[in-house]
Design a protein around this ligand. Structure first.
Ligand SMILES: Cc1cc2nc3c(=O)[nH]c(=O)nc-3n(C[C@H](O)[C@H](O)[C@H](O)COP(=O)(O)OP(=O)(O)OC[C@H]3O[C@@H](n4cnc5c(N)ncnc54)[C@H](O)[C@@H]3O)c2cc1C
Length: 395
């Protein structure tokens, strides 16, 4: 693959850069998702929807841009460079592709427009207490009664369900069948009576995840995706997309840039930390890992552009991408040292108080705590190692 940009690609990069500079809602700069309102989270989504750029990765017939992989690469780079808020993946990267790939025409007409415009906010009802890594053991039950399913059970770790209009949900429809063969994929309106959402506050102090309880929830049978008891196939397709989306290469590059600035401002016996052998070696190591991951991601994108969806190789992107993200936050905490302590969550430091520490160090501790999640969600990294061993290496 030729990694240099052609004149057309450079022109495209300039167009994207200018569009972001002129249209990104500036009030969102530097905001953390856990502290943002629903409206704020959707602001950038709505701008991109109006421009027709909200789903570059979708087929053109459903609203995609038809960009080449290089253009998509440029798009990601420019968003990371400008530090735009990442769009929520639940509709755009998770259930949307499931609906246009496995849904019927009626479902495509009904659900895709709301996903594209951002009018419908989706959440992911996969995990349950006791069924995370061992997802196929899930117990939330859906029993067919006439033209409805009656759903009972509970989901957990449901990200941003407090704002959701819809949940895509894995349910057990055949308790007698082998685990994977008795699961179905249902779309549930969160306003249906019988649904309760309870917050879980995470260790960085934010409210991102929830428990969702379902008690005799009546779901029209027309909200079933594909065939009854074939939900595991659609669930795995979705997880492949979820995992490759977690790699976050472009954003990690930007995070390394910030880390270097921070470590340049911090002095050790009068010398910038970034100039010390030990610290600069650690940064170099993570940069090398990131370059290797970038090439792997480009290979995946190239395969995708030839019609091969992300297979089990997505697990490699997930593991390396999240290890790098976590490593960068660890090094940032190391760079600011004791100053990270005063930013520890729940100290309730308000905007008006003086926060000691070098410039750019605010939020370093919150980011460190928040990023612990990345090696757990989307299927834990240990599980990804198992998938690579079995499905990629054939062990
Ligand atoms: C911040 C956050 C957001 C999330 N958002 C969502 C969401 O929106 N929707 C949703 O459905 N889920 C969500 N999840 C849930 C996530 O997918 C699960 O937490 C994850 O799959 C792990 O499951 P578990 O928590 O039950 O841990 P467990 O499965 O109990 O695992 C505990 C530990 O044991 C290890 N382990 C388990 N089995 C094996 C094995 N066979 N081999 C080796 N090691 C193993 C795991 O790696 C882990 O370290 C979210 C999780 C987090 C942390």
């Amino acid at each position: 693959m030729d990694m240099r940009f052609s004149p057309d690609e450079l022109a495209f990069r300039d167009e994207v850069r200018e569009f972001i500079a002129n249209n990104y809602p500036h009030e969102l700069k530097g905001a953390r998702r856990g502290e943002m309102s629903k409206d704020d989270i959707l602001k950038w989504h709505r701008v991109l929807y109006k421009k027709g750029w909200v789903v570059p990765h979708w087929p053109v017939e459903y609203g995609g841009t038809g960009w080449t992989i290089t253009q998509r690469y440029i798009w990601n780079e420019e968003n990371a460079r400008a530090e735009t808020t990442p769009l929520l993946p639940f509709g755009l990267s998770m259930v949307g592709p499931v609906i246009y790939t496995f849904g019927n025409e009626e479902q495509k007409k009904r659900f895709l427009p709301g996903i594209l415009s951002g009018d419908d906010w989706w959440c992911q009802g996969y995990s349950e207490p006791g069924s995370g890594s061992d997802l196929a053991s899930l117990r939330t039950k859906a029993v067919r009664e006439g033209d409805h399913y009656i759903v009972n059970g509970s989901k957990t770790w449901t990200t941003l369900a407090q704002h959701a209009d819809w949940m895509f949900c894995l349910v057990r429809t055949d308790p007698e069948a082998k685990q994977q063969e008795g699961i179905s994929f249902l779309l549930i309106d969160m306003k249906t009576p019988g649904i309760t959402v309870r917050p879980i506050i995470t260790m960085d102090g934010s409210h991102e995840v929830n428990e969702v309880f379902l008690e005799d929830v009546k779901v029209p049978a027309e909200n079933l995706i594909g065939e009854e008891n074939k939900g595991w196939t659609y669930a795995k397709f979705l997880l492949g997309n979820e995992r490759s989306g977690i790699a976050g290469v472009a954003r990690s590059k930007k995070a390394i840039e910030r880390l270097k600035k921070l470590a340049t401002a911090e002095l050790v016996d009068g010398t910038p930390l970034m100039k010390t052998d030990e610290f600069s070696r650690k940064v170099a190591e993570v940069e090398i890992d990131l370059s290797a991951l970038e090439v792997t991601e480009l290979r995946t994108l190239a395969a995708e552009s030839k019609g091969r969806g992300p297979g089990p190789e997505a697990s490699i992107l997930k593991i390396k991408g999240t290890e790098i993200q976590q490593r960068i936050t660890e090094l940032a905490v190391e760079a600011v040292g004791n100053y990270a302590l005063v930013q520890a969550p729940r100290l309730e430091v308000t905007g008006n108080e003086f926060i000691p520490g070098p410039e750019g160090s605010q939020g370093v501790a919150q980011d460190y705590f928040n990023m612990r999640k990345t090696s757990i969600y989307g299927g834990s990294n240990e599980i990804q190692h198992n998938i690579i061993a079995k499905m990629v290496l054939g062990l």
